[in-house]
Design a protein around this ligand. Structure first.
Ligand SMILES: Cc1ncc(COP(=O)(O)O)c(C=O)c1O
Length: 414
């Protein structure tokens, strides 16, 4: 009886899913059939009565991730063995092509951006290049640093090709430029910046590259060493489909002494002593672990590792290809609708997982609310006064859902 109940429970939680994933010829980049993507959709508990097109804000986890988190919460609380999230750090580092010592475990992208914005050695008058399409999670930490230390933010509007964006950034550099702090992929229009070229250009001039990678992990097949930036803050709760409240900060080897750690605690230090007789701070550990401290959530990190497994089981290249395929489908569909102005660049290298558009004469909030009544979830874009609708799709979406969305939007704006 117990076994049968276990079996039924496991079915419900998707624990039997790996048998399907294991048939997928892991590591292969051969595209999957529509039928396989339909089967993958079944691994998500995401309700089908709604159409979720807002992965850019939050990526719903597959059942295997949820079960890993639940199980770890149960285990830690039943046994009192609270575990060590550090065991996941190596797996995460491998996934991003870097060393364990280069990864700090954070709770979200914003935390990583704050560490970068606070920690860089900047003085009054120094210039930092940013876009006017920053998410609040990047804009506010940089505005805060500018406010505290009289740093000058050089703000530019992203263009619609990678070549133009590189040129704009180059043209903004002056002898006072100390950092380029831009998103890998903007939250507004999903514009993908050529981070490798920008990092290469910056490094030759001693300019720091502090990248907001909220939309990088889990979309592009990220290799942070190859990308070449100095710092990269990301999260697992968007495109990685991991648990909410889990993030990372990559600090390139050799950059530790450039990025001052301000928030520290247990394990940030090499050694310490604090007694009535003597007090001594023995310096920071020689790894990016110096930026994370205190109790971390083991269940969250178990969930992150399950998310990494999920991506690897399906195949990272396949996931990227599917995201691009759905993005093309959506982009082409939106292009057919008159009245509508697409803000996402058409250039393929400049987009991957988002299409944003606006309808002249209409307030984005009215469109969002009409879509919501149809149980379609998107995000409105208020940044830079864009007055736009952002549609972001992941592997659990389908062309059928996109078709439905396109029909609804046609009606709403007609
Ligand atoms: C480009 C960008 N940066 C930063 C953030 C903030 O991310 P988090 O919630 O992980 O701090 C977001 C969230 O949507 C984002 O889109």
């Amino acid at each position: 009886m117990g076994n049968r109940r276990d079996f039924i429970q496991k079915m419900g939680l998707g624990l039997l899913a790996p048998s399907f994933l294991s048939k997928l010829d892991q590591g292969s980049s051969i595209p999957l059939s529509e039928q396989s993507w339909e089967q993958i959709r079944e691994l998500f508990p995401l309700q089908k009565s709604r159409i979720y097109l807002n992965n850019g804000t939050f990526g719903p986890s597959p059942k295997s991730v949820l079960e890993a988190v639940h199980q770890s919460f149960r285990e830690t609380n039943e046994t009192g063995v609270y575990g060590n999230p550090d065991s996941g750090r190596e797996r995460i580092a491998n996934f991003f092509g870097v060393k364990k010592s280069e990864i700090s475990l954070t709770h979200n992208t914003t935390e990583g951006i704050n560490i970068m914005a606070q920690g860089l050695p900047l003085q009054a008058g120094d210039e930092v290049i940013v876009t006017d399409h920053e998410h609040a999670g990047s804009a506010i930490p940089w505005l805060n640093r500018a406010h505290l230390d009289q740093i000058v933010l050089k703000v530019f509007q992203p263009a619609n090709t990678q070549a133009k964006n590189l040129e704009i950034i180059k043209s903004l550099v002056t002898p006072k430029t100390r950092a380029i702090a831009i998103p890998h992929i903007t939250c507004t229009t999903g514009t993908v910046f050529p981070i490798r070229e920008i990092s290469d250009f910056a490094r030759k001039r001693g300019i720091f590259t502090a990248i907001d990678g909220a939309h990088g992990a889990g979309t592009v097949n990220l290799d942070l060493h190859e990308l070449g930036c100095d710092f990269y803050a990301g999260c697992f709760h968007k495109w990685m489909l991991g648990p909410n409240g889990s993030g990372f900060l990559y600090v390139r080897q050799g950059m530790l002494d450039q990025l001052q750690a301000y928030q520290v605690g247990a394990k940030s230090e090499k050694s310490w002593k604090l007694t009535v007789e003597e007090s001594e701070f023995g310096g920071y550990v020689e790894t990016a672990h110096r930026y994370d401290y205190g109790t971390q959530s083991t269940p969250m990190h178990v969930g992150v590792v399950a998310a990494v497994d999920f991506h690897e089981e399906i195949g990272r290249e396949r996931i990227e290809a599917r995201i691009r395929e759905l993005n093309d489908y959506l982009f082409e569909g939106l292009k057919q609708i008159e009245k509508l102005e697409i803000l996402t660049p058409e250039e393929r290298e400049s987009r991957i997982c988002v299409v944003s558009f606006r309808v002249p004469g209409m307030d984005y909030r009215d469109i969002a609310s009409a879509l919501s009544q149809k149980k379609i979830r998107i995000r409105g874009v208020h940044e830079a006064n864009l007055n736009a609708i952002r549609v972001s799709t992941h592997i659990y979406n389908s062309e059928t859902e996109i078709d439905f969305f396109l029909e609804e939007i046609k009606q709403i704006i007609s």
